[in-house]
Write a protein that binds this ligand. Structure first.
Ligand SMILES: NC(=O)c1ccc[n+]([C@@H]2O[C@H](COP(=O)([O-])OP(=O)(O)OC[C@H]3O[C@@H](n4cnc5c(N)ncnc54)[C@H](O)[C@@H]3O)[C@@H](O)[C@H]2O)c1
Ligand SMILES: [Fe+2]
Length: 384
């Protein structure tokens, strides 16, 4: 009999206006004052307002932290924890992109334990329990609302992950209306990130499992059908809703069947060149797929037609080749940068990128084909 385990966020609340309900959810957890974690842009766009109103209506105090920056740096998180501790908060809420949600997860954990953040990096190393936590994504997305993962930028350039079940929030709160104003380049990048989560979950070497497989397939159908729509008409509510659902399903999938070499090669681009996470993924994706092909062709042939329906019925060889070509074309089609050069990378940078990618052993063990430094370098050369 097949052995596997599967975990996810215990409660998902979805629908228009759902973030207003966060107040009553936190009250059920007996919270009196919560840390509210977001970034300046989200606040200015008014996206946090329904959640703030809901908390106020329940008489719950709020300490607002809106200084989250993309690819959250370690020091920013530690500063926020110190301030939140002084405020005496007993719960954490976040409305925002993956950067805000990841920050909130660690704040909820660090406020309730003496364990230093430095000892949490890695898989399953977090000790203790966190404060009550509700997360509402405004991108579709990282799926962070259903993953036990926070990604932190340490020492300037390296991205490290804290991966522990305690980081799964109590509530994932989905309101696609929060994503209606997401600019096209962010919609494209975050949408491709979600697709990569599903693709890498489906081909994950060690923890591939039937539940993640179902979720990944459904996610790819939703994301494949809607990514172009949200990039051309941002106000298409049905397409937005499908993207948010797809990104959550992909998150549930990769939370249990972890991502691999696409993410390992993408992280150094974020760390060194501040390329947005989804764009970094999009730039290396086709060439990692090509590298993996000898070991993953049949699995790719099972999922590629979900994203690109015109490939249905072709041979695995044809589907694999077309999948690579289609992903090379998709990014620029959606208005994204075409290659690494366009985001400021040059040939001399590639050895450092490949060295850093090889440090992502947590991710590389999940890749269907063993990655080497030489292979990573070649992938970056092709992506240049
Ligand atoms: N925890 C996980 O499982 C996981 C998975 C993948 C990525 N990540 C991490 O998540 C981070 C990336 O998150 P992200 O891609 O969601 O972006 P982000 O949170 O970094 O936000 C990117 C930009 O988009 C803006 N934005 C967000 N929502 C908006 C909206 N609705 N309307 C207008 N602007 C909006 C933000 O203000 C910000 O300027 C990275 O640090 C990445 O490493 C985490
Ligand atoms: Fe990702």
């Amino acid at each position: 009999m097949l052995s596997f385990s599967f975990m996810t966020t215990r409660s998902v609340v979805s629908g228009p206006g759902s973030t207003e309900r966060i107040g009553s959810l936190m009250r059920q957890n007996r919270c009196k004052k919560v840390a509210f974690i977001t970034d300046k842009q989200i606040l200015e766009l008014g996206l946090a307002q329904p959640a703030l109103d809901g908390l106020k209506a329940e008489g719950i105090g709020v300490w607002l932290y809106s200084d989250v920056v993309a690819d959250p740096p370690e020091q920013m998180i530690l500063d926020a924890v110190e301030q939140a501790r002084a405020e005496g908060v007993d719960g954490v809420v976040s409305v925002g992109g993956g950067s805000s949600l990841d920050t909130a997860k660690l704040i909820a954990m660090l406020l309730n334990t003496d364990q230093p953040l430095q000892e949490m990096y890695g898989v399953g190393l977090v000790v203790g329990e966190r404060l009550p936590l509700a997360l509402a994504p405004t991108t579709a997305g990282t799926g962070s609302e259903v993953t036990p993962i926070s990604i932190v930028t340490t020492g300037g350039a390296e991205k490290k992950g804290v991966v522990s079940p305690q980081l799964l929030p109590d509530y994932a709160v989905l309101d696609a209306d929060l994503t209606l104003g997401l600019p096209a380049p962010v919609s494209a990048a975050t949408g491709i990130d979600a697709m990569v989560h599903a693709i890498e979950a489906y081909t994950s070497k060690l923890k591939k499992n039937p539940v993640s497989d179902c979720l990944a397939k459904q996610a790819l159908s939703l994301l494949g059908e809607n990514i172009r729509k949200v990039c051309t008409d941002g106000k298409d509510r049905e397409a937005r809703s499908n993207m948010l659902l797809g990104s959550m399903l992909a998150g549930m999938a990769f939370a249990n069947a972890p991502v691999a070499a696409v993410h390992a090669l993408a992280y150094p681009l974020g760390g060194h060149f501040h390329v947005p996470h989804g764009l970094s993924n999009a730039l290396v994706l086709p060439y990692v797929l090509e590298f993996n092909m000898p070991d993953a062709r049949h699995q790719y042939a099972e999922i590629a037609p979900l994203i690109f329906p015109e490939l249905a019925g072709q041979s695995p060889k044809q589907i694999g080749d077309a999948m690579v070509e289609n992903f090379i074309a998709l990014g620029p089609d959606l208005g994204m940068e075409e290659n690494l050069r366009a985001v400021g990378v040059n040939h001399n940078n590639l050895p450092t990128l490949a060295e850093d990618a090889m440090k992502q052993t947590r991710l590389l063990v999940n890749n269907p084909r063993d990655m080497t430094y030489e292979a990573a370098l070649k992938i970056y050369e092709k992506a240049l």
